[in-house]
Design a protein around this ligand. Structure first.
Ligand code: SPV
Ligand code: MG
Length: 431
């Protein structure tokens, strides 16, 4: 028999408000207050990453009056922690009986019952919530805090899901699209600034006719209306003499990573079937470029991605692996192994070997041509980041084409009404 009753409270302690204190004060009336402090991974299952990491939140939770003990809660699913701790009381705000946590609540009641535990619900403080405070704070996101999010996501997600944003409007979709699937919140974790789609919206080919400064300019607009991290597709990074200045601009803007491909000469998009004239850089030269970024970057949270084009240019896996080793040693934080095959065999054979290397770095995949591949298979094969590099643009083009065509053929716009957003929806989208 336990001498003292245990009152369990699950907490993130990222943003604390009076509602949390009410719950803890109430819990104290029932016994020894044990806080189940949610791990970063557990929070990421349901919400955005916490602003503060686990260690920082631990310090905060520990210094709250009435808190007796803290245990780590590794999942939003309470099964493990309740079975382990067998709390006499489980104290929670009463706001979870509806919405996404409804079933979790019922499960908790069942789990508690097994050991005669009881759920105590505290009236929820209506006008205050961590999520509301957080969304207010997002307006004040500094470039520095945005930069470091990608690195934290890599540490805390099974796979970091990135989608191309070629305009602030597509960025708003990347920012807000969320669905619940099997009890977890699914969302995009960040954005890809694609040379292909940035050029396409300007009606130009993906051959660097849009120079880097034009590309940088649109990031400011995108960042005005979003908070998620961004990976910048820098083509081959340009001249090594200019790289330090580009890095300075990217970091100042709040970009989280540069992705640089090992090609030289007039650039051609890697998915074009004709790669004649496209040449791969020497390992020595490209590694030198990586080293110059390592030297130029202000913070190690700004990640350096090296993109290997060996498969695109018909070179074999040996060449790709040799490059991965060298680029990693030169200081690359991420390795993108690119492919235009219709299946992931070549990139998986690459990852199988590279996974065992002492120079292994998180792998990035761009499944444009091998789009049948599920994320779970990328995870199984050692990939940490998936970039959906162009689908948003590819969706918008035929939609606009259809509008133009329909108006021409019907000589009015009425036939489009149920296929397009209402003006009200557009107004509500942009607030
Ligand atoms: C881009 O999106 O511009 C890329 C990826 O670089 S790819 O189009 O596959 O080359
Ligand atoms: Mg590109």
């Amino acid at each position: 028999m336990r001498k003292e009753k245990i009152a369990y409270v699950s907490l993130a302690a990222d943003i604390l408000h009076s509602g949390h204190i009410n719950i803890i004060t109430k819990a104290k009336k029932y016994g020894k207050v044990v806080i189940g402090l949610l791990s970063d991974q557990a929070i990421a299952e349901y919400k955005d990453l916490p602003i503060l990491n686990y260690e920082e939140r631990y310090k905060i939770a520990k210094s709250i009056r009435n808190v007796d003990n803290i245990v780590k809660q590794n999942s939003w699913d309470y099964t493990e922690i309740i079975n382990q701790l067998k709390p006499d009381f489980f104290v929670h705000g009463d706001d979870w009986s509806k919405g996404i946590q409804k079933n979790t609540r019922l499960k908790v009641i069942k789990l508690l019952k097994k050991n005669n535990g009881k759920l105590i619900e505290v009236p929820y403080s209506k006008d205050i919530s961590s999520s509301k405070i957080k969304s207010k704070l997002r307006d004040y996101l500094s470039p520095n805090s945005r930069v470091s999010i990608l690195k934290r996501l890599i540490d805390n997600q099974k796979i970091v899901r990135i989608i191309e944003a070629h305009s602030p409007l597509s960025g708003i979709i990347a920012e807000n699209m969320k669905i619940m699937k099997k009890g977890k919140m699914e969302q995009f974790h960040g954005m890809w600034s694609s040379s292909l789609t940035d050029s396409s919206v300007k009606g130009k080919p993906d051959n660097q006719s849009l120079d880097l400064s034009a590309r940088f300019n649109s990031i400011g607009d995108l960042f005005d209306v979003t908070t998620k991290p961004l990976i910048f597709d820098a083509d081959n990074g340009g001249r090594i003499e200019h790289l330090p200045f580009s890095i300075r601009t990217l970091e100042r803007l709040g970009v989280s990573a540069i992705m640089m491909e090992d090609k030289v000469g007039l650039k051609k998009n890697s998915l074009f079937s004709d790669q004649s004239g496209a040449k791969q850089d020497s390992i020595k030269n490209f590694s030198q470029k990586i080293r110059s970024i390592v030297k130029a970057r202000h913070s190690k949270d700004f990640l350096i991605g090296a993109r290997i084009e060996s498969f695109i240019l018909g070179k074999g896996i040996k060449d790709a692996l040799k490059r991965a080793e060298s680029y990693s040693k030169a200081g690359a934080d991420l390795i993108l192994i690119h492919s235009k095959s219709d299946n992931p065999k070549e990139i998986f054979s690459f990852s199988k070997i590279f996974k065992k290397s002492k120079n292994f770095k998180p792998l990035v995949s761009v499944p444009s041509t091998y789009s049948k591949t599920y994320e779970k298979d990328l995870i199984k094969n050692g990939f940490k980041i998936v970039i959906y590099a162009n689908q948003m643009l590819r969706a918008s083009y035929p939609a606009m084409e259809n509008v133009a065509k329909t108006i021409l053929s019907t000589q009015r716009a009425y036939e489009l009404e149920n296929k397009i957003s209402t003006v009200k929806e557009v107004i509500n989208l942009i607030k």
